[in-house]
Design a protein around this ligand. Structure first.
Ligand code: IMP
Length: 428
């Protein structure tokens, strides 16, 4: 099977960036297919750290990188990120980076709306404040400005009018200043010549690449439990984050995604608000946060931490068609005397082996735990299965059994080469 899709199988921040960077070596093209610059992908290569939010992680390895139509793109942020990476010595040219000409734009008014709503809300979502939700609303509301519109002044003017007739009342209601259509047009026209060189029909390029036998790596952002349909709604992001979206969000068709590799952290974290059955607010939770350096790449917020939730990941395996997982951050569990794995939930007297859809039910779940003995040795930097303590191996094997998917890769530090390969996703 030629293509691989990498997705987060929990609430995001599973360490996708490192794995995508590692797999990029074996791929010809790397594609983002949903989300926007709400994502934060950290790649550590030698003594260089690259922090990406919008660019596909493949750019660091000089791979053809595509921002697909399913992504919402803040063009000013994109230009800044390109500059920042260039400053770190990464070459980014229109030959290497392709932006789908039918992707929708995130504009400053989306960011304003996102932040003003969060500030005013009694029930906050805890968004990244980057305008993601409002941009997707305009996309499905059929009033978004798309990349291709930047080349057409007339279309742009008409679209700005239409957009502002929607946003005007919203802004007024939230006490935001009136948006000025002439200033908006001027800003867009000033930016357009810098963005348009990257704009292409990405679906066509991908079709050609696949026909030429090239390998495509799809890079998911966020995680399956933040999916707008399947996640802990409404405490989710505004895109479909599941693997199936790789097809629609790139234009490559249903066979495009290929083998699905789920990235799974050896415990659970979440940023922002919403249900989290195995959350630990005690000393162990703080320990996981400190040792795992669980601070958001984009927002700098501390992540909430908890025990591994096998019921949740089992659900994710089904939702995404996961063929195998990459287990990350096992070393964060080093030294804990006892480990707990959630194998299901109690909802009142009822036993459940999945996360129910209702928000109230999700908030009332009591996890059912299985306990395992921990290990005192370090697993950090292990490069072979034989380097792992027996109890760590038992923990990994038990996770495989409970979630119904094999471990294809084990990541033992943020460094690119600290990775144990059990089976090559590109060959599966
Ligand atoms: P939004 O995507 O900015 O609208 O935020 C909606 C929810 O998704 C919030 O709970 C965010 O914390 C969460 N979220 C968005 N992007 C990421 C990510 O890359 N990692 C983890 N959580 C994220």
């Amino acid at each position: 099977m030629a293509n691989v899709t990498v997705i987060g199988a929990q609430w995001g921040d599973e360490g996708k960036g490192k794995l995508v960077d590692w797999l990029s070596n074996r791929a010809d093209v790397v594609v983002r297919f949903q989300g926007g610059h709400n994502a934060g992908h950290t790649l550590v290569v030698g003594n260089q750290t690259y922090k990406l939010s919008l660019l596909p992680s493949g750019v660091v390895q000089g791979k053809l990188s595509v921002i697909g139509n399913g992504v919402v793109v803040d063009p000013w942020h994109l230009l800044e990120e390109i500059d920042k990476l260039r400053g770190q010595g990464v070459a980014i040219t229109p030959d290497l980076l392709v932006l789908a000409d039918n992707a929708c734009l995130i504009l400053p008014l989306h960011r304003d709306l996102d932040r003003a709503r969060e500030a005013a809300a009694t029930q906050k979502i805890g968004t990244t404040g980057r305008g993601i939700g409002p941009a997707y609303e305009d996309k499905v509301g059929r009033r978004a400005i798309r990349v291709a519109d930047l080349a057409d002044r007339e279309a742009l003017e008409a679209k700005i009018d239409r957009l502002l007739s929607h946003h005007g009342p919203l802004r007024r209601g939230l006490g935001l200043p009136e948006a000025d259509p002439a200033a908006m047009l001027a800003e867009l026209e000033a930016m357009a010549p810098k963005i348009l060189p990257y704009a292409k029909p990405a679906w066509r390029l991908l079709d050609e690449q696949v026909k030429a036998g090239k390998r495509v790596l799809f890079e998911g952002a966020q995680g399956a439990l933040l999916d707008v349909d399947h996640g802990t709604y409404p405490f989710v992001t505004s895109s479909n984050t599941v693997a199936g979206q790789a097809a629609a969000g790139s234009g490559l068709g249903p066979k495009g995604p290929g083998y699905v590799l789920g990235i799974v952290k050896a415990y659970t974290t979440r940023v922002g608000e919403g249900p989290f059955p195995t959350e630990l607010t005690d000393e162990v939770g703080r320990h996981l946060g400190e040792v795992g350096r669980e601070v958001g790449t984009v927002t700098g917020r501390s992540r909430r931490c908890g025990w591994f939730d096998a019921a949740l990941v089992r659900q994710s395996v089904a939702l995404n068609g996961i063929g195998g997982i990459a287990l990350t951050k096992l070393d964060v569990l080093d030294g804990l005397p006892t480990l707990k794995i959630c194998i299901g939930y109690k909802l009142g007297e009822e036993a459940l082996d999945y996360l129910p859809a209702g928000l109230k039910a999700q908030g009332q779940l009591v996890p059912v735990y299985e306990e395992m003995e921990g290990w005192s040795e370090t697993t950090q930097g292990a490069r072979s299965w034989r380097d792992l303590p027996a109890n760590a191996v038992k923990y990994v094997r038990r996770i495989e059994e409970l979630i119904g998917a094999p471990v294809a890769l084990l990541s033992t530090s943020p460094q690119r080469d600290d990775t144990i390969l059990m089976r090559d996703p590109f060959q599966d």
